[in-house]
Design a protein around this ligand. Structure first.
Ligand code: ZN
Length: 154
């Protein structure tokens, strides 16, 4: 069986950045399981996986355009520190969840606290990064009716 849309695929992977630092890995744990072709993984990685078989292993370098995109300056904003007064021990590097006007939840990172203002960055932590993946394909199976209806792996 080759990887195609709507297959349930299990992979082991290690993600490193351009400097060779490991950012994420399934090593030592369960493989990552996802439904192919439903946007569960970044587009560049799904493209690399397409048509592969169990036992295949490969390295892939994914540019930001096919990964988490480029950081957008308009996703960085400064708010008065009083607006965050309900947060205990506010500090740089802290991740906060915020909601926009439509109620969508987004994660923002506290980048700077200065002069009574807090700079919040809503860009994905890996935006702008060239991603290096080492991947091995552990399992491929057909999706169940329920998985197809839900659009994700169970
Ligand atoms: Zn489900």
């Amino acid at each position: 069986m080759k990887i195609a849309d709507d297959c349930i695929v299990s992979i082991h992977y290690t993600l490193t950045n351009a400097q060779g630092k490991t950012l994420d890995s399934s090593d030592g744990g369960d493989p990552l399981r996802y439904m192919h072709g439903r946007g569960g993984l970044i587009p560049g990685l799904e493209r690399e996986l397409d048509g592969r078989e169990v036992g295949d292993a490969f390295d892939a370098v994914i540019q930001p355009e096919d990964g988490y995109g480029q950081p957008h300056p308009d996703l960085v904003q400064a708010v008065p520190i009083e607006a965050l007064s309900q947060i205990e021990e506010l500090r740089v590097g802290m991740q906060l969840q915020s909601q926009d006007e439509e109620g969508r939840v987004q994660v923002v990172v506290v980048e700077e606290i200065a002069d009574g203002m807090v700079t919040l960055n809503a860009n994905h932590a890996l935006a702008g990064e060239v991603l290096h993946f080492a991947v091995s394909i552990e399992d491929i199976r057909a999706a169940t009716e329920e998985e197809l209806a839900h659009g994700h792996a169970h």
